[in-house]
Design a protein around this ligand. Structure first.
Ligand code: GDP
Ligand code: MG
Length: 337
């Protein structure tokens, strides 16, 4: 198990060195003689943990200022480990937006939970985010808290959605969570309105160790562009097909090709697991898919700051959730049979 894990996500020490070495190597190779230059810069990793819908992606997007991780009113839309990178002053923070941690039954759920826990090994700060407006949240997070306690890493508590809750209710809830003894610090924020998010950011910046930056200043994610683009299409699917299609579709990157004129041609495959879903996606006379494509194209174009041509194909594959390839594409562990 340990060994299997170490392919993707080894223990803290093993993980950090090769990971960091590799990333800084790229940067350092040009300037390998100036090894002392790291003394004035700070860089590190912050893992955002929490139940689905806590507001993790919303906060990440606020800090990064772009649509890196997709936001949706539905639970569990973050399937992949998204890294958002914030560079400010002399500090660079790489945020790990973990897929929701929750009780897993299906193979896909298990892979998501596994990815979330293993990402903790990379982090300088663990942040547990809780939806303070959701009274059922307490039950869901006891599992997470128990697991975190076992890890003996210091964790900060972030109560989100304070815009949507009464103080009378919030304070006892915080007091109860504090009693667990797990948290070193507590923040109350609204990722939506921005309330309290600057204080939290300052705190995180101060926690980043001295280190050279791992990415260039203009990099906002280490996810491949193709995956980022596929995520934006998936977001449109969630937005436009809310009721009709719960979680039964995936968007796979097929190709990305840069043209001479600077524009990009992107092809993606929407994989559905039922025949009748295909017609839902297409809509009357193809109107649905056209609308999804138009909005996604605009978002991708904004993200890449380029003209984008987007081509979508809808494919039926009843078994996509069981195919190892799919998991590999998104950097998830397929797990054992
Ligand atoms: P994630 O699953 O943890 O990544 O959660 P998302 O960032 O996707 O947010 C889930 C839902 O909660 C979305 O509808 C957000 O708009 C909403 N949300 C996030 N933060 C806040 C907040 O501070 N206040 C309120 N009222 N809603 C929020
Ligand atoms: Mg999310």
């Amino acid at each position: 198990m340990r060994e299997k894990k170490s392919e993707k996500s080894p223990s803290k020490n093993e993980q950090k060195s090769p990971n960091r070495a590799k990333k800084s190597e790229k940067k350092m190779s040009k300037t390998s003689s100036s090894s002392a230059r790291s003394s004035s810069t700070h860089a590190g990793f912050v893992a955002i943990l929490g139940a689905p819908n806590a507001g993790k992606s919303t906060l990440l997007n606020r800090y990064i200022g772009q649509k890196v991780s997709i936001v949706s009113p539905k639970a569990q839309t973050t399937r992949i480990r998204t890294l958002g990178i914030m560079s400010e002053g002399d500090t660079q923070i790489s945020f790990i937006d973990t897929p929701g941690i929750f009780a897993a039954t299906s193979r896909l759920d298990k892979a998501m939970v596994q990815a979330a826990w293993s990402s903790l090994a990379d982090a300088d700060v663990l942040m547990l985010m809780i939806d303070a407006s959701n009274r059922k949240e307490n039950e869901r997070i006891t599992v997470i808290i128990d697991e975190l306690k076992r890890r003996e890493q210091s964790v900060i508590l972030v109560m989100n959605k304070t815009d949507d809750i009464h103080r009378d209710y919030l304070l006892p809830m915080v007091a109860k969570l504090h009693e667990t003894g797990l948290f070193s610090d507590v923040f109350m924020i609204s990722a939506l309105t921005g309330d309290g998010t600057d204080d939290l950011k300052k705190f995180l910046v101060n926690k980043m160790p001295e280190s050279p930056w791992f990415y260039t200043e203009d990099q906002i994610s280490d996810l491949p562009s193709q995956i980022l683009a596929a995520e934006l299409t998936r977001e449109q699917i969630y937005m436009q097909l809310q009721q009709e299609l719960p979680y039964a579709a995936a968007v796979l990157p097929a190709s990305l090709e840069e043209k001479r004129d600077g524009s990009v041609v992107i092809r993606q495959t929407i994989v559905v697991s039922r025949e009748n879903h295909r017609s839902i996606f297409l809509g009357k006379g193809g109107s649905r898919i056209k609308s999804i494509g138009e909005k996604a194209r605009a978002d991708i174009s904004r993200l890449f700051d380029r003209k984008v041509h987007l081509f979508l194909e809808v494919k039926l594959d009843e078994k996509w959730q069981d195919r190892p390839d799919f998991y590999r594409t998104f950097g998830l562990d397929y797990g054992k049979k």
